[in-house]
Ligand binder design. Structure first.
Ligand code: SF4
Length: 429
């Protein structure tokens, strides 16, 4: 990070990564270049512990810097963060995107704790980012907050009600990002499948995807961050089947494979809905690769329920797994349910991760001989269209952001080795 810009430590989701870019610009414009900003996550107690450790480390290294804490953990429990001796300011999740607050902080006019009630927020402003530091793939917020109340989840209390960014503002942002050299845009939010419910005519996510691809023909790759399989719309399913620039990679918020546990989680889908969604998406787009968020060790989960999770992931062939060992979040209904032993939670998390690795290796072996396009990120590595990690053979280096036609020649651990598809490659050095 260049010396004259604020240091930002980001924890958690892609939405936080995007918001950190917005804050970096606004804090920089306010002249707050000696500040260190911590954009926290509250999804697990581990995420909060990591933020506290990072704050202590930076305070030791930069005793005179202004230390500012924001993000979901700060929004949900501001006083706990204010009470840390290293911390100077605590700013709310909505307040962190307001340029006035950064200016007031720089001029010493902001209260040490400036956190507004996020449950009162009804609109979500669109913030244009000039560039996306260190990221060849640009995350773009199209939705914020959540109206659901999954029993394990604290996010709605940190992010407020669901609200959408208008189509016009999204398209303008995509155009700006593409003009700045970005080749892939990832639509992100807390629950992007609910995008549009608060807009005139209540359009759905599929409409937004089709509008972006129609009005920004120069955008090579559009990716969805994560979708709720309980709420796919027909335009989205059409786009999955017909839009080659919509990447063949769908990350699903599955969480569990047992229907009783899914009901206790207050999820809006059952196991059969996942199977049906995966089958239909695969029928329309045979090269699609799935990922999923899964929770291991949810309260009252017994061995057979755990086996249902393993069976669902296997049956749907979902190789890109994000596995979370259940972590009770104070204030959620699941935190008041009878908790499982920590050792069982760890073992079941290992089971799911081991299954994910096995399915991933099978998927990678099946890709050998296939052709794809690699978006270079760091050095000679990047991601294919299906979000599989890939490394190019040989010692030719390609500029970050280059998109190259490649052929998969072998599996290499959890990624594939590829070679250039044809010789007159652009960007080779
Ligand atoms: S859909 Fe459920 S898990 Fe996702 S943010 Fe909303 S409450 Fe949390």
């Amino acid at each position: 990070m260049s010396a004259n810009r604020p240091q930002i430590e980001t924890f958690g989701c892609r939405l936080n990564i995007w918001e950190s870019e917005v804050m970096r610009d606004k804090a920089h414009e306010a002249g707050l270049n000696d500040a260190i900003i911590f954009n926290t996550c509250a999804v697990t107690s581990e995420a909060e512990k990591q933020a506290r450790q990072s704050i202590r480390k930076w305070r030791r290294e930069r005793p005179d810097a202004k230390i500012i804490v924001t993000g979901c953990a700060a929004q949900i429990d501001p006083n706990t963060w204010r009470d840390l001796p290293e911390v100077d300011y605590v700013i709310g999740n909505h307040d962190k995107l307001d340029a006035d607050n950064w200016r007031n902080l720089e001029q010493g006019l902001l209260a040490p704790v400036h956190v507004s009630d996020v449950m009162e927020i009804r609109e979500t402003a669109s913030h244009f980012i000039d560039e996306f530091d260190d990221h060849t793939r640009a995350f773009l917020q199209v939705q914020q907050g959540c109206d659901h109340r999954c029993t394990f989840c604290i996010i709605p209390y940190g992010r407020g009600p669901s609200r959408s960014v208008g189509v016009g503002a999204v398209i303008e942002s995509v155009e700006k990002l593409v003009a700045s050299g970005v080749n892939e845009v990832v639509l992100t939010g807390v629950d992007i499948t609910s995008w549009g419910h608060d807009l005139p005519g209540t359009p759905r996510l599929g409409h937004l995807v089709q509008q972006i691809l129609k009005f920004v023909p120069q955008l090579p790759r559009l990716r969805l961050s994560s979708i709720d399989p309980a709420e796919p719309d027909h335009l989205l399913m059409d786009a999955i089947g017909t839009e080659p620039r919509l990447m063949p990679h769908l990350h699903l918020s599955v969480q569990h494979g047992d229907d009783v546990i899914l009901k206790r989680m207050k999820r809006r889908h059952l196991a059969r809905d996942i199977r049906r969604f995966v089958e239909e998406a695969r029928r329309r787009r045979p090269d699609v690769i799935f990922g999923a968020d899964m929770i291991a060790g949810f309260p009252t989960e017994d061995e057979s329920a755990h086996q249902q999770s393993l069976a669902l992931i296997e049956a749907c062939d979902i190789p890109l797994l994000h596995v979370f060992g259940f972590s009770p979040r104070e204030g959620t209904p699941a935190a008041r349910m009878p908790q499982l032993d920590g050792g069982i939670i760890k073992q079941r998390s290992r089971d799911l991760r081991a299954l994910g690795t096995r399915l991933l290796h099978q998927t990678l072996d099946n890709l050998v001989g296939s052709q794809d396009e690699l978006l270079f990120e760091k050095g000679n590595q990047g991601h294919l269209r299906n979000f599989i990690k890939a490394k190019i053979t040989g010692d030719v280096f390609y500029a970050s952001g280059t998109v190259l036609a490649v052929k998969v020649i072998a599996r290499d651990g959890d990624m594939v080795l590829v070679e250039p598809q044809d010789t007159d490659d652009k960007g080779a050095s």
